[in-house]
Design a protein. Structure first.
Length: 262
């Protein structure tokens, strides 16, 4: 029987949640300090934030696989490779890439069939939402990932807005993988005049007053009608199972509410 990794460290939450959903949470020996899902994973040793890691803690845990995410963890990955660890760094930014990540994680631990099944189940859930919202009016949605500078939605969030029944205000920015390339002028949002604003300020609470008091935003339909909502970043900005379940569910609730308002 082939040997698969049994002492895994996950430097971001989405691979942790994926392994638990596959029934393989027992293989995880260390997690990110930002881990929220699933709650039981928070009992694991915390070995990293997002752009830094405790290499002494990682060394002590003797991992046989480390899972990382994105160019933002490139320096951490490089140091871990220098220390001799096998590191797999994902870089998923679209719904399709999230599903591929889930399948890959399954294969890495000898659970390829289960990974395929989980991805297929998540995809079916998205298809069901798409069907439910197909006949509804489509409100214009501005999703802000950060407040200053104002950053528009990353690709998978933009795609989920459409699945949930909305039209993104800045679909042309979705292919920009880096946040700095998705900065928008607040005046451009006024011009787009969204029906709803959804905020998820990556790790800090949304302050509605900040949005309402932006110069000229009193002319924005979402502000005039008090259609401003928050979705916590752990649900929508996690490029894994959370965004494809709870995140898109909350988006659908918001979009449906606005679409059906008289």
């Amino acid at each position: 029987m082939p040997n698969y990794p049994s002492r895994i460290i996950c430097l971001t939450e989405e691979t942790t949640e994926t392994l638990y959903l596959l029934g393989e949470g027992h293989r995880i020996v260390g997690v990110s300090g930002y881990t929220v899902r699933p709650p039981e994973a928070r009992q694991k040793p915390k070995v990293s934030a997002f752009i830094n890691a405790r290499f002494d803690k990682i060394d002590a845990l003797k991992p046989d696989l480390i899972l990382a995410f994105s160019d933002l963890q490139a320096d951490i990955s490089c140091e871990l490779i220098r220390r001799g660890y096998p590191v797999y760094t994902f870089n998923q930014r679209t719904v399709a890439e999230i599903l591929a990540m889930i399948r890959t994680v399954g294969a890495l631990v000898g659970k390829a069939a289960e990974g395929d099944a989980l991805a297929a189940d998540l995809e079916a859930g998205l298809d069901a939402i798409r069907s439910r919202t197909a006949a509804l009016p489509r409100p214009r949605v501005f999703f802000e990932e950060w407040d200053d500078p104002l950053i528009s939605a990353i690709c998978w969030v933009d795609e989920l807005i459409e699945i949930a029944g909305g039209d993104s205000c800045f679909p042309e920015l979705r292919s920009a993988r880096l946040a700095k390339d998705r900065i928008v002028d607040p005046a451009a949002v006024i011009e787009k005049n969204p029906d709803v604003v959804v905020a998820s300020w990556c790790g800090k609470a949304m302050r509605k007053r900040t949005i309402v008091e932006r110069p000229g935003w009193d002319r924005v339909k979402a502000v005039r009608r008090d259609q401003i909502f928050e979705i916590k970043s752990t649900y929508i900005l996690q490029p894994g199972p959370a965004s494809l379940t709870e995140g898109v569910r909350q988006l659908e609730q918001v979009v449906r509410r606005v679409a059906l308002e008289p």
